[in-house]
Design a protein around this ligand. Structure first.
Ligand code: HEM
Ligand code: HEM
Length: 461
């Protein structure tokens, strides 16, 4: 170091400036060691000093929570940069993006990074949610962290949704029109809710400025508050779940190792690979930008963003009251209460709850896979409830009746798992979760790839 064996009065100009910023660096070797320890212990305010070696296993977390943090960091940085070029008014929004892409140095790259990080975040958070579920990491004492996670998931969804409108191209305008239009189906409050979100009757200047404010201020602020809360809950639960086989004692944590360097080095490696990946994707693939929004010319088909495609597909099969309100709300409430159910066994740390749990999950995935596509096709081409039940209101024939049938099938499936496989309630609930997850994935894929003009079923190509 430039200060070795010197006193401040003998510093040169560079050393004096340096010393005015970092007085600590003047100290000798032993002192510097002390400072390094101090810095490390500062870092350890956010982290435990030691962590159980077994929780370092990559196949416990797959690095997913850490990836979400890195992606959020990238989104915040690139989002702030975008704010310098972007104009949140319909007349200028599209032009400001074109200008950003064509004339601002690295403008296109920054937009691409923001676009791909936003989409990747949604995927990563969803996978993190699945890993937490399938390792039983929502059981006591981690119940509330699951709830916090779900709220953050909704915020990430909201972030992607509000960001989608900002480029103000045809894709953005019509996708958001479709989504806000879905709200109108909610009885009593639907029309008011739609008006509140879009700031009027149509998607226009008020919608854009609302979405911009929510996207760049409200949601980031909520995330900044909730994230430390989420990490603090991990600390309070004495770290992550310990990965184990069903026979191993959950209380046996095994040996502990120092966080620095064991955990930190792994986190840095995951972050480096992820950042490199996003950079490569952002250099090779451009974020989409279609023609400027034209409220008079709707594309056919008009599709919602991919993360709402499952919901849009559901709307083709159920009365809107059920597709847009009851089914999503019941599902969300069930997810929020999931950790508070009384379970038969403590399965925290055991992938898929048990060996039997693995089998029942596989059966459920298989059943979902072979039942959903024929159900979609049958509803499209064979079932015509309006003709079969003339005079019966659509909300019953196309809502209550099919929803009751689906509910009965789910309850039947739960019972079957318990009886036929002698599953405990952890395993049976997990099987129902997998069944619904598979159905949801197939609905999403159908809407994205198998729906063409007029949203009719078609074979891609
Ligand atoms: C959870 C974090 C965030 C997510 C998931 C997210 C996602 C998105 C998405 C998907 C777009 C549309 C990009 C496109 O396809 O063109 C977008 C646009 C935009 N975002 Fe974000 N964003 C996040 C945070 C932020 C923050 C913190 C800011 C600024 C403070 C910001 C500012 C912007 C701006 C100015 C645009 C318009 C530029 C454009 O569309 O390319 N974002 N965001
Ligand atoms: C913005 C979204 C999120 C971020 C940034 C985030 C971040 C993290 C991180 C860094 C960890 C520790 C490491 C790891 O498990 O990978 C963690 C753990 C955890 N997260 Fe999240 N998370 C998010 C969303 C969620 C969601 C959607 C859920 C579930 C609904 C959830 C539930 C949990 C739980 C229960 C733990 C403790 C896991 C354990 O003890 O093994 N998080 N989260």
């Amino acid at each position: 170091m430039p200060f070795e064996n010197l006193t401040p009065d003998r510093f040169n100009l560079f050393q004096r400036i340096w010393y005015s910023i970092f007085p600590g660096t003047y100290y000798g070797n032993a002192d510097r060691q002390r400072y390094r320890r101090l810095f490390n212990s500062l870092l350890l305010h956010f982290r435990p000093k030691v962590v159980p070696r077994r929780t370092l296993k990559f196949t416990l977390t797959w690095g997913l929570g850490g990836m979400a943090v890195v992606l959020l960091g990238m989104l915040f940085v690139t989002g702030l940069m975008l704010k310098f070029a972007y104009q949140p008014v319909p007349d200028q929004a599209y032009a400001s993006i074109v200008n950003l892409q064509n004339t601002v140095l690295f403008g296109r790259l920054i937009r691409n990074i923001h676009h791909w990080s936003g989409n990747a975040l949604l995927l990563v958070v969803f996978l993190h949610f699945l890993r937490v579920f399938f390792t039983g990491a929502f059981q006591p004492p981690r119940q509330f962290n699951w709830v916090l996670g779900l709220v953050m998931f909704l915020l990430v969804l909201g972030s992607n949704f509000t960001g989608y409108l900002l480029p103000w191209d045809q894709l953005a305008f019509w996708a958001i029109t479709i989504c806000t239009g879905m709200l109108e189906y909610i009885p009593a409050i639907g029309v008011g809710l739609k008006k509140m979100i879009s700031g009027g009757n149509e998607i226009g200047p008020a919608t854009l400025s609302n979405f911009f404010a929510v996207h760049t201020a409200v949601i980031p602020a909520c995330l900044v508050i909730l994230m430390p809360f989420h990490f603090w809950r991990v600390r309070k639960s004495k770290g992550l779940v310990i990965p184990r086989t069903p026979q191993e004692d959950p209380a046996d944590k095994g040996e502990s190792v120092a966080t620095i360097p064991n955990l930190i080095i792994r986190e840095l490696a995951v972050a480096a690979v992820l950042i490199a990946l996003i950079m490569v994707v952002s250099v090779v693939f451009n974020a989409p930008l279609e023609a400027k929004a034209n409220p008079g010319l709707s594309p056919n088909p008009t599709k919602a963003p991919w993360y709402f495609a499952g919901l849009q597909e559901l709307l083709l099969h159920f009365h809107p009251l059920f597709a847009v309100l009851l089914i999503p709300v019941v599902t969300a409430v069930a997810l929020f209460f999931l950790p508070y159910i009384r379970y038969d066994a403590d399965t925290a740390g055991v992938w898929f709850a048990s060996l039997r749990g693995r089998r029942t999950a596989m059966v459920a995935a298989f059943v979902g896979l072979i039942i959903t596509p024929p159900a979609i096709i049958a509803d499209e081409f064979i079932v015509d409830v309006a003709a079969w039940m003339p005079g019966v209101p659509a909300v019953i024939s196309n809502g209550l009746l099919p929803a009751a049938l689906v509910l009965a099938a789910i309850i039947g499936f739960y019972g079957l798992m318990k009886r036929y496989y002698a599953a405990n309630n952890n395993e049976a609930i997990q099987a129902v979760f997998v069944l619904l997850l598979m159905a949801f994935i197939i609905l999403t894929i159908t809407c994205i790839w198998f729906r063409g003009s007029g949203m009719a079923l078609m074979w891609p190509g």
